[in-house]
Write a protein that binds this ligand. Structure first.
Ligand code: PLP
Length: 427
């Protein structure tokens, strides 16, 4: 499509957007009496209007029935999770019984490693990305240590090449080949939080499994952002948070995928808790733990119906919009943003900013990471002018317009604001 960097053209794209009405489903933060430009779907997704009612319903159930609300009413809390898995399984490309909603992301990763990191003799290495989100690095390091192994010997990181920021997929495949007799797990981010680079999870899974390793993904920046086919890609496990692209709210409940071929494997270790026990016998209070033969068998503790309700409210919006439609709009917004940025850059000094997120459709989602001259000042200018972006040292501004609540006009406005900011500090 031939884009134009004009407000009229952006408004026309909005008028033609079949998902335009979904913006009204969200509460948009205000700046000086107007809607702010909220480009932080990669950080904390916005609040759906319906979330409040959904949470209030749970509070009502609690006040009406007390603990009996786990069993009473047309939506008893005991079965609440089942209302989430259908919508979520479509988003991550799984069978419904391969998805479970529980805990938080890093906790879930520890639980998955308890099962899928099975070091044995010299086959004890984990391959992962250098500069992963720190929580993942802490998780791996501490997990390996408590198994009595030395993290520096066991964790192998694949670095970007000298002078580059993106990890080259050939280098990951080469590392899998190099360590083929020692690898037990390949653990990767579906989308890197800093660069926005989307990895080819299908190819990585195949390569890892071809050398006898398991494969797991952190999908914090992928779930709700990019197309996923976890079941078909034969991924062993994956975990994600729901507060970014899935709009479940701050500290929202996390999600996990366990491929169905592992559900009945009694040789897998796991950290058990009563919520993972078979539902039929959970309340018999017997000594022996008999896990539910689905991803639910990895649950440990009593989940919060309040968090379920908030997650479900947002998933309903996804269901109404249709995830395939949303992916199309995300793609179009991103294309337009790239066009606007390239137009804006032609009127600015050469070194004003540079996009370092990959440009091909397969390697990018909603996020664009920019390396910006006078980055901190430009970022503050944007903030002071009603743009919600994200700052990362030393010079990086990350933005992620999302299809459910961002408009093409906002993308055009962002371009104007960035230009004004850069010019303000260029002298
Ligand atoms: C890639 C990635 N991994 C892990 C985390 C940590 O998530 P949590 O605090 O929910 O455990 C985050 C949080 O933003 C993240 O972006």
């Amino acid at each position: 499509m031939n884009f134009q960097n004009t407000p009229a053209f952006a408004k026309q794209l909005d008028a033609e957007d079949p998902l335009r009405s979904f913006r009204n489903e969200f509460l948009i933060p205000q700046h000086k009496g107007n809607d702010a430009i909220y480009f932080l779907g990669n950080s904390l997704g916005l609040q759906p209007r319906r979330t409040k009612t959904a949470i209030n319903n749970v509070l009502k159930q609690w006040s009406t029935w007390g603990v009996e609300a786990f069993f009473k009413g047309h939506k008893p809390w005991l079965q609440f999770h089942q209302q989430l898995t259908s919508a979520l399984s479509k988003i991550v490309g799984a069978l419904p019984h391969e998805v479970v909603v529980m805990n938080q992301l890093t906790v879930n990763l520890h639980l998955m490693l308890a099962s899928f990191y099975q070091p044995s003799g010299k086959r004890n290495k984990i391959l992962c990305e250098a500069k992963a989100f720190p929580s993942d690095q802490y998780m791996l390091y501490s997990h390996v240590k408590q198994r009595g192994l030395k993290p520096d010997e066991v964790i192998v990181e694949v670095q970007p090449r000298e002078g580059e920021v993106l990890v080259c997929e050939e280098d990951i495949l080469a590392a899998i080949e190099k360590y083929k007799d020692e690898l037990t797990l390949v653990f990767w981010g579906g989308v890197n939080y800093y660069t926005g680079q989307v990895f080819d999870m299908k190819t990585l899974s195949k390569a890892a499994q071809s050398v006898g390793a398991k494969v797991g993904f952190d999908l914090a920046h992928a779930a709700g952002n990019v197309p996923l086919q976890l079941h078909d890609w034969n991924v062993d496990f994956a975990c994600w948070c729901s507060y970014k692209y899935l709009n479940s709210g701050p500290g929202g409940i996390g999600g996990a995928f366990v491929h169905e071929r592992h559900h009945r494997n009694e040789n897998l270790n796991r950290f058990a808790g009563w919520w993972g026990n078979k539902k039929e016998t959970q309340f018999l209070m017997e000594k022996e733990f008999v896990p539910e033969a689905s991803a639910e068998g990895w649950q440990v503790s009593t989940p919060s119906p309040i968090l379920y309700a908030s997650h479900k409210a947002a998933l309903n919006v996804f269901e109404e919009a249709g995830f395939a439609n949303l992916l199309l709009k995300n793609e179009r917004l991103n294309e337009y943003l790239r066009f606007v940025l390239s137009e804006v850059s032609t009127g600015l000094p050469n070194d004003s900013f540079k996009i370092f997120t990959p440009g091909t459709k397969e390697e990018r989602g909603c996020q664009i990471s920019l390396s910006v001259k006078n980055g901190k000042k430009v970022f503050e200018y944007l903030s002071n002018n009603g743009v919600f972006a994200d700052w990362r040292e030393p010079d990086v501004i990350r933005i992620a317009p999302v299809g459910l609540y961002n408009s093409f006009e906002e993308v055009w406005q962002f371009g104007q604001c960035l230009k004004a900011a850069v010019l303000t500090f260029a002298a």
